[in-house]
Design a protein around this ligand. Structure first.
Ligand SMILES: [Zn+2]
Length: 180
């Protein structure tokens, strides 16, 4: 059983790597953020890839003071995960590490529309949980924090298996009971 679990997890890693390779070719869809949730033992990781259009309303390189302020405010909002999601209190999860950045798309010189850029915000949060089985619901404050957002595509993996969710602002949560 442990072996099967390990294979499933390896498969997920491959998928994640392939997705990363594909991302550099395909452009993201505005209005749709991506989230990978991975659970391993008492650790839960959240990795968000969010179109700049959804976060600050533009994806070109911020040069004006006004745009630079917007980017810095967005990074500050992302820096506090509670602006993005929340976990049940009784799961006793504590943030251990986080990484927030703005990823500027590298232009492919063969691309026809070089003037178009598609910057994304990247946020990764890792938690260590006292009672990870108590995570039966994850709420997303993200949709209220960033009003231009409309959807999150969630890939969820744990020792139980993998599943996916599409989350929108009118029902901003996922139910994970039995999936951890
Ligand atoms: Zn874009």
């Amino acid at each position: 059983m442990r072996f099967i679990t390990f294979l499933i997890f390896l498969n997920f890693l491959n998928t994640a790597i392939n997705a990363e390779e594909t991302r550099q070719v395909d452009q993201h869809e505005h209005g749709v953020g991506e989230l990978n949730i991975a659970i391993d033992g008492s650790v839960i990781d959240f990795e968000f890839m969010l179109p700049g259009a959804d976060i600050v309303g533009f994806e070109y390189e911020a040069k004006s003071d006004e745009d630079i302020v917007k980017v810095n405010e967005a990074l500050a909002m992302l820096d506090n995960y509670k602006n993005i999601f929340s976990l049940p209190v009784n799961s006793n999860c504590k943030l251990s590490t986080s990484q927030i950045s703005l990823k500027e798309e590298e232009h492919d010189e063969h691309e026809e529309h070089e003037e178009e850029s598609h910057n994304e915000f990247y946020a990764k949060y890792s938690f260590s949980c006292g009672n990870i089985q108590e995570i039966d619901r994850i709420e997303f404050t993200y949709f209220k924090t960033f009003a231009n957002s409309s959807e999150l595509e969630v890939q969820f993996i744990s020792n139980v298996g993998s599943t996916s969710f599409e989350v929108e602002g009118d029902a901003p949560f996922i139910l994970t009971e039995g999936k951890i």
